[in-house]
Design a protein around this ligand. Structure first.
Ligand code: GDL
Length: 454
């Protein structure tokens, strides 16, 4: 921890994505990775753990209870703060007093297990109150604040050192501007929520490319406290074809002094989070300047150890080239950009003008093919399985291009039509989603145009 950051600054992970929650082995491994990366906190809130959200009133039992108990114990042993998040917002009735009792019962079980802190999340829920609740409150912000304030008083009686965390219904600037949660939601919340309760915020967007000091100061003024960043930079639950292993970036080091902490909600596939979390740890502890590319390359060098095969470890240059194709939501890494430029040149120009670029691409495609074959031999099978879909997709595209370039480079074939025998309609890029995508033609700026001639 940098000397300038307060002792209660939280840094680490939120398991807060949609999709299959991590398993006990992955969570144990995570604790070691957090500790080694200088991170200090973990929040449990997988959207698809039923007890977190859908059946939030029901305490844990059986295997789930013993796994959670065991994990909380491990967190304590490793000095990682454990936060449990409850998300009652899908169906809570704020005006029904028994609902607060249900929340207390849930917290009671969790505190008895050794859970240190509690979070109450109101993200991704209907943003209006029920008819009954409207008789008592004019804004969802007031209803949520009054319930959580009451819970706060009770929790502190049970566990005087516990902290409470709150995720608002509009949790980024775009949502607030769109009026989600009703007029003045954030300023009402800032005024009415007990000042000791921390508030999550994802930045200008759900997936924020940048979070500036000016931005968090502005939101901090509305909240009447500095926000705690829920960072979705490396989350991938919104696009099953992608994952992100680029460096933590887009947040100046000075940001750390303006917030209560940063918790990253990363890739659903646990084994793919090595670099995101390692670089987050380095960012939190950095002094002086932050060079994201250097940090990425350094962390990739450490991740390489996980890429052992029966014939030795995978080459670091190949790994970096692959990582650059799965870098960050808004940008690929330099190696991916170089490849894209080469491919663009080949497709945008007549084969008679290709010169050395055709050979350059074919050499590269052979290298990719070798790399993909080596990955199938990884001894860390969960890592291979997490990568498989993405390897497959990229391999298909590179293979198709290589066939195209080979075909067009042959004498007399430059102007002949090309079709690959291995990329057939129906099995290659087939299916309803692809069909719809051909109709929905997106421009680079996000504007939507019809993909069908009028
Ligand atoms: C969200 C969800 C989160 C999800 C993420 C990325 C918050 C507060 N909530 O909106 O569960 O993983 O986007 O899709 O970010």
């Amino acid at each position: 921890m940098t000397p300038s950051l307060p002792a209660n600054f939280l840094s680490g992970v939120i398991e807060g994505f949609y999709g299959a929650p991590w398993n006990p082995e992955e969570r144990s491994d995570l604790l070691q990775h957090l500790a080694e990366s200088g991170l200090n906190a973990y929040m449990y809130g997988p959207k698809d753990d039923l007890h977190h959200r859908v059946i939030w009133r029901q305490p844990y039992a059986g295997r789930e209870l013993s796994e959670l108990t065991n994990f909380i114990r491990q967190c304590r042993a490793r000095h990682i703060h454990f936060l449990y998040a409850l998300a009652p917002g899908l169906d809570i009735h704020f005006s029904d007093p028994s609902e607060l009792e249900r929340l207390k019962e849930r917290c009671s079980q969790l505190l008895a297990l050794g859970c240190e802190h509690i979070a109450v999340l109101f993200d991704d829920i209907p943003d209006s109150l029920s008819a009954d609740d409207r008789l008592r409150w004019t804004s969802p912000a007031s209803a949520q604040a009054s319930m959580v304030n009451a819970l706060w008083t009770w929790v502190r009686e049970q566990a005087p050192s516990a902290r409470l965390f709150f995720c608002p219904t509009p949790y980024c600037e775009r949502m607030a501007r769109a009026g989600l949660g009703g007029p003045d939601y954030l300023s009402i919340l800032g005024r009415e929520l007990h000042p000791a309760i921390d508030i999550f915020w994802t930045g200008p967007e759900i997936i924020s490319r940048e979070i500036t000091v000016a931005h968090v100061r502005e939101i901090g003024a509305l909240f009447q406290r500095p926000p705690l960043i829920w960072d979705n930079l490396h989350a991938n639950d919104y696009d099953g074809r992608r994952f992100f292993c680029g460096p933590y970036t887009g947040r100046p080091l000075e940001l750390r002094g303006e917030i209560r902490g940063i918790l990253s909600n990363p890739n659903c596939e646990y084994p793919l989070n090595f670099v995101p979390l390692r670089t987050l740890g380095r960012y939190v502890q950095a002094t002086g300047a932050w060079n994201e590319r250097e940090e990425y390359l350094r962390a990739m060098g450490e991740w390489q150890e996980h890429f052992d095969t029966f014939r030795g470890v995978i080459d670091l240059d190949d790994l970096v080239r692959f990582g650059d194709c799965h870098y960050l939501p808004y940008s690929e890494g330099p190696e991916a950009n170089r490849l894209f430029k080469l491919v663009h040149h080949l497709l945008a120009s007549h084969p008679s003008t290709w010169g050395a670029s055709a050979g350059e691409f074919l050499d590269e495609s052979r290298r990719w093919r070798g790399f993909f074959a080596r990955l199938t031999e990884l001894t860390h099978r969960p890592l291979y399985h997490a990568l498989l879909r993405r390897i497959w997709d990229l391999r298909e595209e590179i293979d198709l291009l290589a066939r195209y370039v080979e075909f067009k480079s042959r004498p007399g074939q430059a102007d002949l039509p090309f079709q690959s025998d291995y990329h057939l309609p129906g099995t290659y890029r087939g299916g309803m989603i692809t069909r719809l995508q051909t109709l929905l033609n997106r421009q680079p700026d996000g504007a939507l145009a019809s993909g069908v001639a009028w």
